[in-house]
Design a protein around this ligand. Structure first.
Ligand code: IDP
Ligand code: MG
Length: 137
């Protein structure tokens, strides 16, 4: 079984969508392995999103993601990384398909409800920032 990493971002936490999002994830066949609620400091947020440090939206993204609590979740499922990205939908909620988490529950390209790892490499990096769990089976 493959693992992946999900973060429920501050907009979704503020809108009381934690339960709705976790229900969609569980209904899609994922098992929750680890879960916690944390507030990211700006410096931890910068580390988490370091691949985007040169993007024009970086400062807004850091401000947003450190503006309130997030829920970080380790998930397992067959083809977990690809399946979670499909369930989450594309980055801009206005373009994301209905039935996806972003398409249904978000409306802003920065405040887009959730983050999901996009590769095995980013999964390792992202999950190790939050969980000490041994990741290799
Ligand atoms: P992803 O979350 O779908 O993988 P990325 O391109 O990795 O999207 O961008 C990371 C996060 O940065 C997005 O989820 C979103 O919060 C924010 N972001 C991405 N592109 C833009 C943009 O064009 N304007 C504003 N914010 C953006
Ligand atoms: Mg990404």
């Amino acid at each position: 079984m493959e693992k992946t990493f999900l973060m429920i971002k501050p907009d979704a936490v503020r809108k009381n969508l934690i339960g709705e999002i976790l229900m969609r994830v569980e209904d899609a066949g994922f098992k929750i392995v680890e879960l916690k609620m944390v507030k990211l400091s700006p410096s931890r947020a910068k580390k988490f999103y370091q691949v985007h440090r040169n993007k024009p939206f970086f400062e807004d993204l850091i401000k947003f993601v450190s503006s309130g609590k997030v829920v970080v979740v380790l998930l397992t499922r067959r083809n977990a990384i690809r399946k979670l990205r499909e369930l989450v939908g594309i980055t801009d909620p206005k373009k994301a398909r209905r039935g996806t988490i972003r398409g249904d529950l978000a409306s802003d390209v920065t405040q887009n409800a959730v983050h999901a790892s996009d590769s095995a490499k980013s999964f390792r990096f992202e999950s190790e920032l939050f969980f000490k769990t041994k990741l290799v089976k």
